[in-house]
Unconditional design. Structure first.
Length: 329
C-alpha cells in the first residue's frame, strides 16, 4: 500500500536541508535512563546494546544510520517517546559505533543483517513471550527491511518501521555526488575514514595484528571522494563483494520488499537530499502488510513540524508510536 502522508513541515524549517540539518545539530533530546550490555558475538567480537526499560510492555529494537549510534538524537528522542508510552527499547550499536572500537576487522554495511539477526535471536531466547517490534533509520532501515524480507514469515515481530531508507544504494550513492548533497557526502566520508583509521590503531593496540593488516591492506583512503569509491575499496574488499555495484545490487532493500510478511510502515520524504524519487517502489512491489507513506517534505530523518520555533514537534516519533499502537503485539 502506498499513500501520501499528512505531515506538514514547520514554517521555519521549510526546505529539505533545514529539515535534515536542524535535528542533527540543534536538537537536545531528553535522555532516558539506559543500561549498556556488551553482547559477545560468535566471532570473538562484541556488540554494545543500550536498553531503556519500561516496567512492562513490548520491546522495540532500534537500528541507527551510517556513522550514527545509540547516542544519535533520533535514537535518544525515540527511546524517550517509547518510554513515555510504556515501551521498552534497545538500541543496537553496529560494530565500532558505540564509542568503542570493536576487536576484529569486521565493520558494518547497508546489507549486513547477520549482527541484527544475532541480537534479535538472542533477545527472543531471553524473552520468549515478549512482543517485539523494530525501527530502523536510513542505513539501519535498509538493514531492517532486508532482514524482514530474508526472514519472511519467521521474522516474529508484531510491527516494523523504516525511515528515510536508501532503498536503491547505487542511485543514492550517485545522488550524493550532486549539488548540495555533496556536503553530506563529505561529512559522512570523513567520519568513515576516521572510523577505519581508528579501527586499525585499535587492532594494533590489542595485538590483533592479522586483522590490523587486513584493514591496512585497504590502502590510503584519503583520496576517496565518493561512496562509489569508498564502497569499492572498503566494503567490497572486506565483505567479498565483486565491487561496489555488486554490493549495491545484493544489499539494496527494495529487492526484498515483496518477501516481507510483517506489518511494516515505510516513511520516506520526497525531498530527501540523500536520494531521488526513482528509488521509491511501485505499488505492485509492496505486499499487503507493507505501507509506504511518502511526505512531500521532511528531508533526511527530519520530519519536524510545529508553529513555535521554541517548541518543535517531532512528528516522526508520533507517527511511529501510532503505527505501533495500531499493530499491538
Amino acid at each position: 500500500m502506498s499513500s501520501t502522508s499528512p505531515f506538514k513541515p514547520a514554517w521555519w524549517l521549510n526546505n529539505d536541508h533545514l529539515q535534515t540539518i536542524y535535528p542533527a545539530l540543534l536538537r537536545r533530546p531528553e535522555k532516558s535512563p539506559v543500561r549498556r550490555e556488551r553482547l559477545p558475538t560468535p566471532d570473538q567480537d562484541f556488540l554494545d546494546l543500550d536498553f531503556c526499560d519500561a516496567v512492562d510492555g513490548p520491546l522495540v529494537l532500534l537500528l541507527h544510520g551510517l556513522t550514527g549510534g545509540s547516542a544519535s538524537v533520533y535514537i535518544l528522542g525515540l527511546q524517550s517517546a517509547l518510554l513515555r508510552k510504556g515501551y521498552s527499547s534497545v538500541a543496537l550499536n553496529f560494530r565500532g559505533c558505540s564509542g568503542v572500537q570493536n576487536n576484529t576487522s569486521r565493520c558494518y554495511h547497508s546489507g549486513e543483517t547477520t549482527d541484527f539477526d544475532f541480537v534479535y535471536q538472542t533477545l527472543r531466547r531471553r524473552y520468549p513471550a515478549k512482543p517485539m517490534a523494530a525501527v530502523g533509520f536510513s542505513l539501519g532501515g535498509n538493514v531492517l527491511l532486508k532482514w524482514l524480507g530474508e526472514q519472511g514469515d519467521a521474522a516474529g515481530l508484531f510491527a516494523a518501521v523504516s525511515v528515510s531508507v536508501p532503498l536503491l544504494l547505487d542511485k543514492c550513492a550517485t545522488r550524493l555526488d550532486k549539488g548540495l548533497s555533496r556536503l553530506y557526502r563529505a561529512v559522512l566520508l570523513a567520519e568513515l575514514k576516521t572510523y577505519v583509521r581508528e579501527k586499525q590503531r585499535h587492532l594494533l593496540a590489542i595485538g590483533n595484528v592479522k586483522a590490523a593488516e587486513t584493514v591496512a591492506d585497504l590502502g590510503d583512503l584519503s583520496g576517496i571522494h565518493s561512496f562509489w569509491e569508498y564502497d569499492e575499496r572498503v566494503v567490497a574488499r572486506l565483505y567479498g563483494f565483486d565491487g561496489a555495484a555488486d554490493y549495491y545490487r545484493r544489499s539494496s532493500s527494495r529487492h526484498f520488499l515483496k518477501l516481507i510478511r510483517t506489518p511494516t510502515l515505510m516513511v520516506q520524504a520526497a525531498d530527501d537530499p540523500f536520494m531521488t524519487a526513482d528509488v521509491l517502489p511501485a505499488v505492485d512491489e509492496l505486499p499487503e502488510c507493507v505501507r509506504l507513506e511518502v511526505t512531500e517534505n521532511g528531508g533526511h530523518v527530519g520530519f519536524i513540524a510545529g508553529n513555535n520555533p521554541l517548541k518543535p514537534v517531532y512528528w516522526l516519533e508520533d507517527r511511529i508510536l501510532s503505527f505501533l499502537a495500531a499493530n499491538p503485539g
